[in-house]
Design a protein around this ligand. Structure first.
Ligand code: UDX
Ligand code: UDX
Length: 459
């Protein structure tokens, strides 16, 4: 029976996942550790609005369990030593240098965490890969752990280990409902007792038929495949959006029509500025790298094209803004509404806004950026100035003041309620609305005298 859990990595995945486990399993002590003191301090902040991750409902869950059976600390070694089960939830970004640069995952933090577990664990420890990893990473983790197998640390029992893969399927912005009511939980492993130990943790709130058990490699590959399929749908609909704009079709109508076919399904068919987030691009590049490694070059090329189409869509939107503004944005003020990669998160990793803003800055634009949750310091670390310049502002009205154009890049629900009569009056004429998320009230925007472009809308 699992009584103590340690999670290494207090990020977007580790924090919310452990909060929900602690909430649903009051008999298990859950400790989340991280090297980053500032991040841990933020998780411990008495003011729950200051948690380092913004997720609707997370503050309530953390408020219920923190100090009871949910703890955040930098005391990594002690937490590992007392844990029956250790989750590895550290970041695995795409390598920027060396072998596999631009495609392969950088596994240095997974390896470092595995070494820490090997050094500090006592007795039997089940190690769970939570981070998305290339297929066969568990092999590396196992080799590192087995080097310490049988050692005795302090007064503890001899060390033994089992490795499981338990990939995360939560989406940011809906992490809490995704964790509380998952479509499925996937557990890959070799040791049936360890698999059942983890299944019994989830069994506190997830029906058994939704807990899938596979071998390690199927579990690792399923995570990459799920993200690749989801991303592929977005690239597919974005490719059709461009064709809609050229032909007079409306991508929302097309998406609705094809999504009504139960074989296709209605979800993940929203055209937009391309996918962002920490996972999709990284995971597909990882898949591409793996295929190449196994000599499957045509398969690699197939998946690579999903990423290429995504970049193309982002550059296309920036180009289109420049073209509509008479071929130049040099010195022009453009209001950018939304910087997060999707609504209801403060996360900007791989946000479409970064690439689109970058292109516009290269063209010499002045960007006035408003996002309800992304602070100026984050925008500053994501953008360099290029030819143009940018500023972070506190409201849509401030952003559009004297702007030639307004560009919506994140689907924050508040943007659906913007009063275009009022906003248009503040802009320099002729003025444009570019709605890359099809969220604005376009009828009202046109009535307010704005020229309007909406993704995938061919009128
Ligand atoms: C990460 C990965 O990006 C993703 O691939 C995986 O599926 C889940 O884990 P996320 O939680 O969003 O996702 O990452 P991040 O917010 O960067 O958090 C990772 C945390 O691990 C950071 O706070 C970092 O300080 C911490 N960390 C990293 C450690 O505590 N120890 C380390 O050795 C390395
Ligand atoms: C994704 C997966 O959904 C999740 O299962 C996995 O664990 C992590 O990666 P996340 O990246 O947090 O989650 O968000 P998601 O909702 O999948 O959105 C990813 C990107 O796709 C966002 O930029 C979003 O705006 C975009 N998107 C999504 C579209 O452009 N159109 C859609 O129809 C859906």
């Amino acid at each position: 029976m699992i009584r103590t859990i340690c999670c290494i990595g207090a990020g977007y995945v580790g924090g919310p996942t452990m909060a929900v486990i602690a909430d649903r399993c009051p008999n298990i002590q859950v400790t989340v550790v991280d090297l980053n003191q500032a991040r841990i301090d933020a998780w411990n902040d008495p003011d729950l609005s200051k948690l380092p991750v913004y997720e609707p409902g997370l503050d309530v869950v953390v408020g219920r369990c923190r100090g009871r059976n949910l703890h955040f600390t930098t005391a990594v070694e002690a937490a590992i030593a007392s844990a029956d089960m250790v989750f590895l939830s550290v970041n695995t970004p795409t390598k920027t240098k060396g072998v596999g640069a631009g495609q392969a995952s950088d596994l240095r933090w997974i390896e470092a965490s595995a070494r820490q577990v090997a050094a500090c664990a006592q007795g039997h420890t089940i190690v769970v890969e939570k981070s998305t990893l290339p297929v066969r990473t568990a092999e590396t983790v196992k080799v590192i752990l087995s080097a310490a197998q049988g050692e005795v640390a302090g007064a503890g029992a001899p060390k033994t280990f089992a490795v499981l893969s338990n990939p995360e399927f939560l989406a940011e912005g809906t992490a809490i409902p995704d964790l509380e009511n998952p479509d499925r939980v996937l557990i890959g492993g070799e040791d049936p007792a360890s698999i059942e130990a983890l299944a019994s943790v989830y069994g506190h709130w997830v029906p058994q038929q939704r807990i899938l058990r596979t071998n390690l490699w199927s579990s690792e590959l399923s995570k990459l495949t799920a993200n690749a399929f989801l991303a592929q749908r977005i690239s597919s609909i974005n490719s059709i959006a461009a064709l809609c704009e050229a032909t007079g079709a409306d991508v929302q109508e097309v998406a609705h029509a094809i999504g009504a076919d139960s074989r296709i399904g209605a979800k993940f068919l929203k055209a937009g500025p391309g996918f962002g987030g920490s996972c999709f691009q990284k995971d597909i590049l990882n898949l591409v790298y793996l295929c190449g490694h196994y000599g499957l070059h045509d398969v690699a090329g197939y998946w690579q094209s999903v990423v290429e189409l995504n970049s193309w869509q982002q550059h296309r939107i920036a180009r289109l803004v420049v073209q509509r503004l008479f071929g130049t944005v040099t010195g022009k003020r453009i209001a950018v509404l939304g910087f997060a990669f999707k609504a209801d998160t403060n996360d900007t990793r791989e946000a479409p806004a970064i690439r689109i803003c970058h292109d516009l800055l290269e063209e010499g634009a002045h960007l006035a950026i408003y996002d309800p949750k992304v602070p100026e310091s984050q925008i500053s670390s994501d953008l360099s100035s290029g030819e143009g310049s940018w500023q972070s502002v506190d409201s849509p009205a401030e952003a559009v003041a004297q702007a030639d154009a307004v560009l919506i890049l994140t689907e924050w629900s508040s943007f659906a309620e913007l009063n275009w009569q009022q906003l248009a009056a503040l802009m320099r004429k002729p003025a444009w609305l570019f709605d890359a998320r099809s969220i604005a009230d376009l009828v009202e925007a046109r009535a307010a005298g704005l020229n309007v472009w909406c993704v995938g809308c061919g009128f």
